[in-house]
Design a protein around this ligand. Structure first.
Ligand code: PLP
Length: 429
C-alpha cells in the first residue's frame, strides 16, 4: 500500500510508516492515491464478518501485512459486533457501542493498537495522547497490557465527568494517566512540546494515537459493510447513511466503503451547531467559527481534521459530491429527536439523535435509512436522564469501573516535569 502526503505528494510511505508516524511533513495527512473497487460484491457480502473484513482490509493494505498477521489483528480487533437495530419501518440504527468503552472509537483504537504492536519489533513504543473524554478511554483499553507499549494519557484536571475519567484511570499496568492542572488546550500543548523535542521522541519511541492515524479509519470501513449485510434484501436498493460528525473520520470511512463498491446511494453529514462542513457543502466556503459547546460534545469540532481526505476523494473523482449533503442540527432539534426516538421505543443519546434528525428529515419513502449510533446512551447518562426524564442503568463495564480506584497522578502543566515522569515510567517497564 502506497500512501501519499496530501500536502506534499513527493512524500510517499508504506502502511507501517504511516501508522508509526501518524502525520507527514507540513502536518499533511497520509492517504492512498486510489481505492480500487472489490469486483464481486455479492460474494463479499455473503462472507462471514471476519472473513469479509479480511478481504476488505487486504484489498486496501495489500502486501504490507502478511495474511497471518492481518488475521491475528482482525481477531484481536473485531471482538464485539456492530449491530443493526430497526427503529421504524425503513430506519435503522447501526449500534457501534458494544465494545469495551461503549463508543465506536473502540474499533479504530483497537485496530491501531494491534497494528502498532505487530510493527514494534521489540522496540518499546510510548503512546502520548491528550483527551477530553472518549478517545482516552478507547486508547487506554486498546493498548492495555500490550507488550512493549506504554501509554501516557493527559487530561484536564477536574474538567471531565468522574465516570468518563474512571474509564481510563483505573486500568494501571502499562497505562499511565496524568491529570494536568489546566484545560484541554494545555494538555494538547504539552503533547505538541513533547513531539517537538526530537531527542526525547527518539529516546522513548514517542507516538500519538491521534484520530488522524490512517489505521483508525480502515477498521471503520468494515462496519459499513456489516450494516448493509444486516438489512433485509428488499431494503438494500436505495440505502442512505447519516453520520454524526466531528472530525469526519467516520464519514470518511463510509465514503471509502462506497468507493470500494458498497452500493450506498448517498450520505448525509450531520453536525451539531459546529457546522463548518454543512455550510461549506451549501456555499463552497470554508469558514470555521469559534467552537460552541453542545450536548453532543464529542462533535464539538469547528475545524475537522479529516475533511481533507474526503475533499481528496471528491477532487480525484472517486466520490461524487452530489451524493453528500450536510445537515446542521441545533440543541432543540437534538432533544426533539431524542424524544422522537423514545416514542419509537428506541433509547438514544445526543450524538445518534443528531444523526437521526438529519436522516429523518431527508429520507424519501422508497429509501432505507441508517443512522450511526456512536455511543451507548449510558455514556451520556446525565444528559439523557435529564432530556428524557428517565434513570438509565449503567451497563456492566461502566458500573464495574465506577467501583475501581483512580490511579492518575496530578501535575502542573510543565513540560520538564512531564518529561521526567515519562522517562521514569519507561524505566519501570
Ligand atoms: C468521536 C465521536 C463522534 C465524531 O466522530 P468523527 O469520526 O470525529 O466525526 C461522534 N460521536 C461520538 C460519541 C464520538 O465519540
Amino acid at each position: 500500500m502506497e500512501l501519499y502526503n496530501l500536502k506534499d505528494d513527493s512524500q510517499i510511505v508504506n502502511f507501517e510508516t504511516a501508522v508509526r508516524t501518524g502525520l507527514g511533513n507540513k502536518q499533511g495527512l497520509f492517504f492512498p492515491q486510489k481505492f480500487s473497487p472489490i469486483e464481486d460484491q455479492a460474494t463479499l457480502l455473503n462472507l462471514e464478518t471476519k472473513e469479509r473484513n479480511k478481504v476488505i482490509l487486504s484489498k486496501i493494505i495489500g502486501k504490507d501485512l502478511s495474511s497471518s498477521t492481518l488475521e491475528k489483528i482482525i481477531d484481536a480487533t473485531f471482538r464485539f459486533p456492530a449491530k443493526l437495530a430497526q427503529v421504524t419501518n425503513n430506519e435503522y440504527c447501526l449500534e457501534l457501542f458494544h465494545g469495551p468503552t461503549l463508543a465506536f472509537k473502540d474499533f479504530g483504537a483497537n485496530f491501531m493498537a494491534n497494528c502498532l504492536q505487530s510493527f514494534s519489533n521489540d522496540q518499546p513504543i510510548t503512546i502520548l495522547t491528550a483527551t477530553s473524554g472518549d478517545t482516552g478511554a478507547a486508547v487506554a483499553h486498546a493498548f492495555h497490557r500490550l507488550p512493549n507499549i506504554r501509554v501516557v494519557i493527559l487530561f484536564p484536571h477536574g474538567k471531565i465527568s468522574e465516570l468518563q475519567q474512571k474509564m481510563f484511570t483505573t486500568l494501571g499496568d502499562n497505562i499511565h494517566t496524568v491529570a494536568i492542572e489546566g484545560d484541554f488546550d494545555a494538555c494538547q500543548a504539552l503533547v505538541k512540546q513533547s513531539f517537538d523535542d526530537l531527542a526525547f521522541v527518539k529516546n522513548v519511541g514517542l507516538n500519538s494515537a491521534n484520530s488522524i492515524n490512517i489505521s483508525r479509519l480502515l477498521a471503520q470501513v468494515c462496519y459499513y459493510f456489516d450494516a448493509f449485510v444486516q438489512l433485509p434484501e428488499e431494503q438494500r436498493k436505495k440505502v442512505v447513511v447519516c453520520v454524526p460528525s466531528g472530525n469526519f473520520g467516520n464519514l470518511c470511512a463510509g465514503i471509502i466503503a462506497k468507493t470500494l463498491g458498497l452500493p450506498i446511494k448517498r450520505f448525509i453529514a450531520a453536525t451539531n451547531l459546529n457546522d463548518t462542513v454543512p455550510r461549506f457543502l451549501a456555499s463552497g466556503e470554508w469558514t470555521p467559527k469559534q467552537t460552541i459547546a453542545t450536548i453532543s460534545n464529542a462533535m464539538d469540532v469547528s475545524n475537522p481534521n479529516n475533511w481533507p481526505r474526503i475533499q481528496y476523494l471528491i477532487d480525484s473523482g472517486q466520490f461524487d459530491s452530489r451524493n453528500l449533503t450536510g445537515c446542521a442540527v441545533d440543541e432543540r432539534q437534538t432533544e426533539k429527536s431524542m424524544h422522537l426516538l423514545q416514542a419509537a421505543d428506541y433509547l438514544s443519546e445526543p450524538h445518534a439523535a443528531v444523526a437521526y434528525h438529519g436522516l429523518h428529515q431527508s429520507l424519501k419513502p422508497d429509501e432505507t435509512g441508517i443512522f450511526l449510533g456512536t455511543a451507548h446512551p449510558a455514556k451520556f447518562k446525565s444528559t439523557v436522564d435529564q432530556v428524557l426524564d428517565i434513570d438509565i442503568k449503567l451497563p456492566e463495564p461502566l458500573a464495574k469501573c465506577a467501583q475501581l480506584t483512580d490511579l492518575s497522578v496530578k501535575m502542573p502543566a510543565d513540560f520538564e516535569r512531564l518529561k521526567d515522569y515519562i522517562l521514569e515510567a519507561c524505566e519501570e517497564s
